[in-house]
Each structure stands twice: as C-alpha cells, then as structure tokens.
Write a protein that binds this ligand. Structure first.
Ligand code: DQA
Length: 144
C-alpha cells in the first residue's frame, strides 16, 4: 500500500503562519508525524508540498498506477481549483481531503471545496491527526 500526501500553498509556513489557527508545529514536524504513523501502519508514503497549482496537478497525474490512495490538503486551492478536482477525477485514485483547521467554522469563502466532489471523506479541524485519520480511512476501504 502506497499513499501520496499532498499539501498545498503556504503549508510550508506552518509554525510561522497564524499559529492561533494552524498551531505552532512546523511543516517538518508534519512530515515527521506522517512518516511515523505510516511506519506504524506499514504503509509506504510520499509527501509533497507545493505553492503551485500545476505542480500539485502533475503530482496527482504521476500517482496514476503508482499510488493506492491520496491524502490531500489543497489549502487555499481547496476553494478555487477545478484543476485539482479534474486531476483527482482523471486518475480515479481513492482520495481523502484534510484540513488542519475546521473550515466549516471559518469564512464563507472557505465553505466551498471543489476537491470534495472527488474525495471519499473529509477530516477538518483535527490538526495533524486528520492526516492519520485520512490514511486509516483509505486503508479500511482498501481492505473492503
Ligand atoms: C487549510 C484551510 C484553508 O482554507 C486554508 O487556505 C489553508 C489551510 C487548513 O489546513 O486548515 O491554507 O487547508
């Protein structure tokens, strides 16, 4: 089982950006957290962060035939990107959406998620743990 973890714009600024919303842990801490729980779950993982929509689209396309699942926090592209939605639909790899913050309790413009249509579940507001919950959801579905 191989999972691709994709993180969108400004998540590299974790620890610095709006710590009251996103916490004080850094992006390096997030990567370590993901690698640790993937080790525990016996899952191979690839982790990518980009501030560029096209790089994220390329990564989704490259996962075709390679990854068994995608955990994606598209960050701000959640609320704008038809291109990410189309890429997820194109490869048809089981995907789960994650947000560190509880977007449902934030601004109106964060209530729209384009990628959600191509995702099997969404975990928002669980901080780093959301990534683990997403991976476990993908593992469960693989076993069914
Ligand atoms: C986010 C929520 C988005 O609305 C925001 O643009 C982000 C991070 C989150 O993880 O809570 O950059 O995806």
């Amino acid at each position: 089982m191989k999972l691709l973890f994709l993180n969108g714009p400004n998540l590299n600024m974790l620890g610095i950006r709006e710590p009251d919303i996103y916490g004080k842990q850094t992006y390096a801490d997030l990567e370590r957290y993901i690698r640790d729980f993937c080790g525990e779950l016996g899952v191979d993982c690839e982790i990518l962060q980009s501030n560029h929509e096209g790089v994220l689209v390329d990564a989704i396309q490259s996962a075709y035939g390679q990854a068994d699942g995608i955990v994606i926090n598209p960050a701000a592209y959640t609320h704008t990107s038809v291109a990410l939605l189309d890429a997820l639909k194109a490869v048809d790899i089981p995907a789960v959406e994650v947000h560190l913050s509880d977007v449902s309790r934030r601004e109106d413009f964060r209530q729209i998620s384009y990628v959600r249509q191509a995702c099997r579940a969404t975990f928002a507001g669980y901080g780093f743990e959301g990534y683990r919950l997403a991976a476990e959801r993908l593992l469960c579905q693989k076993g069914q």
